[in-house]
Every structure is written in C-alpha cells, then in structure tokens.
Design a protein around this ligand. Structure first.
Ligand SMILES: Cc1ncc(COP(=O)(O)O)c(C=O)c1O
Length: 245
C-alpha cells in the first residue's frame, strides 16, 4: 500500500481534547483509519496485525456484519426494551449457544455493563456483598466493574483504593507469577484459600468470584488448565458454608 503524502495528523487534536484518564497504548499513537479482518492500517501506509484491540473480536470490516448493521439501521434503531424480529432471533440464537442452564438473555452495551450486571445478579442471588477477584485483573470502568479491577496499568492506585467488599487473590499468572507454566494450577488454587478462610473467620458472606478467562491487561495470558473448575468448586463450597450459618 502506498503511503499517503498529505495526511492531517489528528494526534495533537485528540490529545488536547480527550479526557486525561483516557490513555492511549503508545506515547505517539499511530493514526489508524482503516481495518480489514485481523489487520489495522495506519495513515502512513503501515499495516498492523491487530493483537491489542481486544474489543473487536469479529475483526474489521466484515462484509456480512456491516451489511446486517446497515440493513437494521435503515429499518429501525432502538433499544432492546422493544420487541422486534432481529432482537428476538438474536437472543434465541445466543441462548442456544450458551451452556446448559443458561437460557435467559439480558442485552447490554459493553463489557463494563455486563460485569456490573453479573455483580448485581450475584448480590441479588446470594444476599451477600463480598466478591473475590484476581490481582492484575481488568473488568471495566463503570463503578462496580472498576471496583473489582486491580490492574495498576489502568489505575496506579488500584491496590490501595478497592472497596471493602472486594477481596483480590493471587493472580494465576503462569508467565510472570510466582508459579510458572501449565503445572502451576494447584499452587494458584491453594493461594485462594487464605482469603476464603479469612471470610469464614469473619463470618462474612460471599457473593461470588469474577475473573477474565484470558488475561487482558496482564498480557493475553491464559489461566492454568483446570484453574476455573477448581476455584469455582472452592468458591461454591465456601459460599454454601458461609450461608448456612
Ligand atoms: C477483560 C475486559 N473486561 C471488560 C472490559 C470493559 O469492556 P467495555 O470497554 O466494553 O466496557 C474490557 C475492555 O477492554 C476488557 O478488556
């Protein structure tokens, strides 16, 4: 692709007008104006393999997706409190893909909202407030999803400013953590115990556990095999124990 000769650089404008907490990935970010499939293309003509932009899991410029959005916007643009064919069909397909027992759909706009909703459901279902989360985690920037976010990459004060209902446990980081590699599952599961025991001693209820299934901010690192299965079992057991009292 030929580089464009006369390109207006928007970075100085963006820097002047954007809210300060809205960070860019680079000190002088490339100006990306187009994307195709798994690539992004900067105005200087360089193509980038998009391994950072975690939000667009469908890639860039998918013709079927673009066509579906185009058709729907020509027809109707409203929220999901209205019932219409495409929202019903989409929800039905989504529920059919979900694991056994998950048969209800509540559409939201973003990851932050989805995590807020998950927390509210856990609070409502258990009547408890306390949540276990992982160190190095990121869950969004709404009030509740930020509360369970511990990554200091987004918030340097994260570790000293969590609300008292948030209980971070050791990050099962198989690449940089104290235990490395796929054989570290049992050590990381064991590391959850002191926090559960503390909640037990203090007779505090437990609403749930939240974590990313693949670390984002911590560097695209998968969790050790079986970690979620084992931690879920521990947390469910602890929750039952705590609620029996
Ligand atoms: C792992 C993870 N969870 C939640 C979010 C928040 O999603 P959103 O920006 O759509 O609110 C992000 C956003 O980058 C994320 O990476």
């Amino acid at each position: 692709m030929r580089p464009c000769r006369r390109v207006r650089r928007f970075w100085p404008v963006a820097r002047a007008i954007s809210a300060k907490p809205q960070k860019n990935y680079y000190a002088a970010p490339p100006q990306i104006e187009r994307g195709l499939r798994e690539h992004m293309v900067g105005v200087e003509g360089r193509a980038y393999l998009d391994m950072v932009n975690n939000v667009t899991i469908l890639g860039h410029g998918h013709p079927r997706l673009a066509d579906a959005v185009h058709r729907q916007w020509q027809r109707l643009n409203t929220n999901s409190r209205f019932h219409y064919a495409s929202v019903a069909a989409f929800s039905e397909r989504l529920a059919a893909l979900a694991p056994e027992g998950l048969d209800t759909v509540f559409l939201v706009n973003s990851g932050s909202e989805a995590n807020d909703l998950a927390l509210r459901l856990a609070w409502a279902a258990t009547g408890a407030r306390n949540m276990l989360c992982l160190l190095e985690g990121y869950h969004g920037w709404s009030v509740a999803s930020d509360a369970v976010s511990t990554s200091i990459a987004d918030n340097p004060q994260a570790l000293t400013t969590r609300p008292d209902w948030v209980h971070p446990v050791m990050s099962p980081n198989t690449y940089r953590g104290p235990f490395r590699g796929a054989g570290s599952t049992a050590d990381y599961v064991e590391a959850v115990m002191p926090t559960l025991e503390k909640l037990d001693r203090e007779v505090k209820g437990l609403a749930g556990f939240i974590c990313e299934c693949v670390y984002g901010n911590a560097g695209g690192i998968p969790l050790p095999p079986g970690y979620l299965r084992d931690v879920y079992a521990l947390v469910r057991g602890a929750r039952r124990g705590l609620h029996r009292r």
